[in-house]
Design a binder for this molecule. Structure first.
Ligand code: ADP
Ligand code: MG
Length: 873
């Protein structure tokens, strides 16, 4: 240490306590970083790396950002998953002996940002804490610091932990030092979160009130760990934290992470954005807090039919009250984010404008309540009655604040006239003084006869009398004391002017001071209302989401789903809500779906691009929409309540591929097969595609049989393995359906219509035709395939030998080799023009392809490459 200057020594002492954070060390108007922090930050933030004399050890790396623009740099670092410790000067440099005292006043972390870009209006920002128990279960607690909402749950396995945290999109997890390395690694790799270590998990007095509902000791530990971390890092009042809610994962429909992604519930697979997701389609919320609640509802569909029906009937009522609903929407538009505002009040960073917005929001509530009473529904009336408009608070804010206060809270102009007598007096004094000065100017002009005489004010000299040089001779009196000489005028003061000036300035100063005090008082009073505001915010959000469902359902002509206890699913004219919305000119083709005791599983076949995946997803989305309490895209729908939804997509079809391998596909399939129950919905979309044909087909069949025999969940299984359709004969609860297509002039036209029975053709090459590959190439490919089929038939005994022991059970697989029928018609004759050497070469290449070993996508790519070569030749 000795080798460094005293200031660098101070820096190092502080830094030692915040090793995992960038230390923003306040030096005058800059936050400086040193050593490794400096080298790393200069790269991340693209700022210049300099150096500074560090003492005997020579120069040390340094970089810095100006104090006034620090926020955006902090945001950038936090966005990247880093933490930033803000170290301020905590004593006046003028008074300091030696190095100015400095302390960290806040640690900003990805999970605890309170403002800025990191905080999306319609999204929660959660931070989680995790405890790993000796019996290999987990206790999870999480909190949104900006809204004060906290929850906790027991989880039985790491997979469940990963699922919950990825649903929450928590950016930071607080853990204990002793958490095992393996778990840490999984959390880091699979969730890409910041891990933060907190030593203390002891329960504390301060937290007791928040933890009343939490009985389980592991949960209490997790919550305490989280709260300790929040207090340690935020170093300020967290009075807005709401009582912790205990929940169980099986209170809700379980949809694991992959399924959520596949169904594009809250973000799309491709862009990872909201646009194109179910959330995007449904989001007709008018408030930020409603937007957040909508997302929470989509993330956690209900399984209690009573609760689902409550929501559904509210939506029904709201659909029936068109005019009232439109008025509700208008009113909600004026309601500010009460929930986050309450958080900022507790944090102490609201200004006059925020409080005015709070006032305006609260002013809507009585009108809203009245309006709801006009809707004829006991449930709506109940909601109206439950809303507490916090009249006292509205009244306070109306009396206290002017209509348009400034951003700054320290420069006055916030408090309304008549709110506080003393303030009014100061203001009068200052106003009278100003009048007096205006009068004085008139008097002085009269007395001296100088028409251009002016009284002005500046910060250095205060009030002065200004006389141009040409008129100086008219000033005879020695009352005028010269203060300042300018190019063409001189400025004077008089004793009476100075006397008044003191009065005015004092009054001004006092009034600004008093205003700030009054503002703080008002803010303290608002704090008292935080719990009421949070409750109000919850009710308003609920109303907002329900009106949103009504709005979308009416606009898009959805119907109220009827929940059934029998294991029956009946959807008439079902649509995929998002595909339907984004298809502009074309008509979406509606499809029915019937699944009952005899039709537990549907095997969906049909050409590529015919609509298999869309059909399966629309059924899952219909289930999810029904269970969040929204109407569904169909003309009639009877649905059971599903406990879980699984969707698995074959690796070759998986758009996120790259990291996706056949292994992942199988792991996902395993997860579904082991966790699904009779009450679950399973979608398997071209499972088995990621491996070679026989292998994949065998696996697909085995999976179907297993589900049919052991799980009996409602299952939709799409496949391009045509050969699997014979399973219908063996498995009593499995039925074939297919997406129909017709051939017109040798081309496929997709009808997107689901029909009973198996598709009778594979239209592989027709898709290539649709892609407008040259006719010659298509014809040649058809001919080659024909040839290949012949060869394959001849070679099939060899295949059988290879397939070895699988042979006896897998009848279907055994026969497959002779049956592969990419193209059933006699192909048109191939061009008779002799091929050039290059063309011959290409043909040889085409011949060499082992199509059975290729996925359709690979085949397409190979065709594409050949075509490119042909075009060149
Ligand atoms: P598959 O899984 O059979 O290859 P997809 O489900 O991916 O086919 O559908 C391919 C395309 O067909 C979709 O992107 C969509 O544009 C269109 N499509 C699917 N179903 C319908 C439908 N019912 N009505 C209209 N267009 C549809
Ligand atoms: Mg598909």
């Amino acid at each position: 240490m000795k080798q460094y200057t005293p200031m660098i020594q101070q820096y190092l002492t502080v830094k030692a306590q915040y090793e995992d954070a960038f230390l923003f060390f306040r030096l005058g108007d800059f936050y400086e970083m040193f050593f490794e922090d400096a080298t790393k930050a200069s790269q991340l933030l693209e700022i210049t790396l300099t150096s500074r004399d560090g003492g005997q050890s020579g120069r040390i790396p340094m970089c810095g950002v100006p104090y006034h623009s620090a926020a955006s740099y902090i945001e950038q670092l936090v966005e990247l998953g880093y933490k930033v410790a803000i170290c301020e000067q905590t004593e006046d440099p003028k008074q300091a002996k030696g190095v100015v005292k400095r302390e960290v006043v806040q640690l900003i972390t990805p999970g605890t940002v309170m403002e800025g870009k990191g905080l999306q209006e319609k999204e929660n920002n959660y931070i989680a804490a995790l405890i790993h128990e000796a019996d290999d279960t987990y206790a999870l607690a999480f909190c949104d610091v900006s809204t004060g909402e906290s929850r906790t749950a027991k989880l039985s396995a790491l997979d469940e932990v990963i699922n919950e945290i990825s649903t929450l999109r928590a950016k930071e997890i607080v853990i204990q030092e002793e958490l095992d390395e393996l778990v840490r690694k999984q959390l880091k790799e699979r969730l890409q979160v910041t891990l933060s270590i907190e030593d203390t998990a002891e329960e504390q007095e301060d937290f007791q009130a928040l933890m009343e509902e939490v009985a389980d000791s592991a949960l209490r530990t997790a919550v305490s760990l989280l709260f300790h971390y929040l207090h340690r890092t935020q170093k300020r009042s967290l009075t807005h934290l709401q009582p912790v809610i205990v929940y169980e994962v099986n209170q809700f429909m379980k949809i694991d992470f992959y399924s959520k992604r596949n169904l594009e519930l809250t973000e799309t697979i491709r862009s990872k954005g909201k646009k194109g997701s179910l959330l995007w389609l449904l989001d007709e919320t008018m408030t930020a807090m409603g937007g957040r609640m909508l997302k929470q509802w989509i993330d956690r569909p209900l399984i209690d039919p009573g609760k689902i029906n409550e929501r559904l009937s509210m939506v029904e009522v709201l659909i029936g009250s068109f005019f009232e609903r439109q008025e509700v929407r208008e009113l909600l538009k004026e309601v500010y984010d009460l929930e986050r505002l309450a958080g900022r009040v507790a944090f102490g960073n609201v200004n006059g404008r925020d409080l005015v917005q709070l006032k305006k929001s609260l002013q809507q509530i009585p009108v809203l309540k009245e309006l709801l009473l006009q809707i004829q529904s006991p449930a709506v009336h109940k909601l109206s009655k439950a809303m507490n408009p916090c009249e006292e608070l509205t009244d306070l804010l109306e009396r206290a604040l002017v209509e348009q206060p400034p951003i700054s809270v320290k420069e006055g102009g916030i408090i309304r006239e008549g709110f506080h007598p003393e303030l009014d007096e100061y203001r009068d004094a200052s106003r009278n003084g100003k009048n007096w000065i205006a009068n004085l100017q008139a008097e002085e002009r009269e007395r001296t006869g100088i028409k251009s005489l002016k009284i002005g004010y500046n910060r250095i000299f205060g009030y002065y009398i200004e006389v141009t040089k040409a008129n100086l001779h008219l000033l005879q009196d020695d009352r005028y004391e010269r203060k300042q000489t300018l190019a063409n005028c001189e400025r004077f003061i008089t004793p009476e002017l100075k006397e008044k000036e003191t009065l005015i300035l004092q009054a001004n100063e006092k009034s600004v001071e008093l205003e700030y005090e009054l503002f703080l008082e008002v803010r303290e009073q608002v704090k008292e209302f935080i719990p009421q505001l949070q409750e109000l915010s919850r009710l308003v959000s609920e109303l907002d989401v329900l009106q949103c469902f009504a709005e979308v359902s009416e606009k898009r002509q959805y119907v109220k789903p009827q929940l059934t206890n029998s294991r029956e699913l009946f959807i008439k004219d079902g649509r995929h809500p998002v595909v339907e919305k984004v298809m502009d000119s074309q008509e979406y083709v509606p499809n029915d779906c019937v699944m009952d005791e005899e039709r537990e599983m549907l095997l969906v076949t049909g050409p590529n691009m015919s609509g298999k995946s869309t059909y399966m997803r629309q059924i899952a989305l219909t289930a999810v929409m029904a269970q969040i309490g929204c109407f569904v895209p169909a003309s009639e729908a009877v649905v059971p309540v599903f406990d879980q939804v699984f969707t698995r997509i074959g690796a070759a079809d998986d758009l996120i591929s790259g990291q996706s391998t056949f292994m992942v596909e199988m792991l996902e399939a395993k997860n579904a097969v082991t966790n699904a129950t009779r009450q679950s919905l399973i979608l398997f979309d071209e499972i088995g595609r990621g491996t070679s044909t026989y292998d994949g087909m065998a696996l697909a069949q085995a999976i179907i049989e297993y589900i049919h025999e052991h799980i009996q969940a409602k299952t939709l299984f799409s496949t391009h393995y045509h050969e699997l359709t014979v399973l219908e004969e063996e498995l009593s609860r499995l039925k074939n359906v297919h997406v129909s297509a017709v051939e017109q002039n040798g081309r496929v036209v997709f009808l997107h219509k689901i029909k009973e029975g198996a598709a009778d053709k594979s239209y592989g090459i027709h898709v290539a035709q649709l892609a407008e590959l040259p006719d010659e190439l298509i014809e040649r490919a058809a001919a080659l395939l024909k040839e290949f089929e012949k060869e394959e038939a001849a070679a099939s005994p060899k295949v059988r030998v290879q397939e070895g022991e699988k042979q006896e059970q897998k009848t279907v697989v055994k026969e497959a080799a002779g049956q592969l029928s990419f193209f059933e018609e006699e192909p048109a004759s191939v061009s008779s023009k002799p091929a050039s050497p290059k063309e011959k070469h290409i043909i040889e290449e085409l011949k060499s392809y082992d199509l059975l070993e290729m996925t359709p996508l690979e085949a397409m790519n190979a065709l594409y490459a050949l075509q490119k070569k042909l075009k060149k030749s």
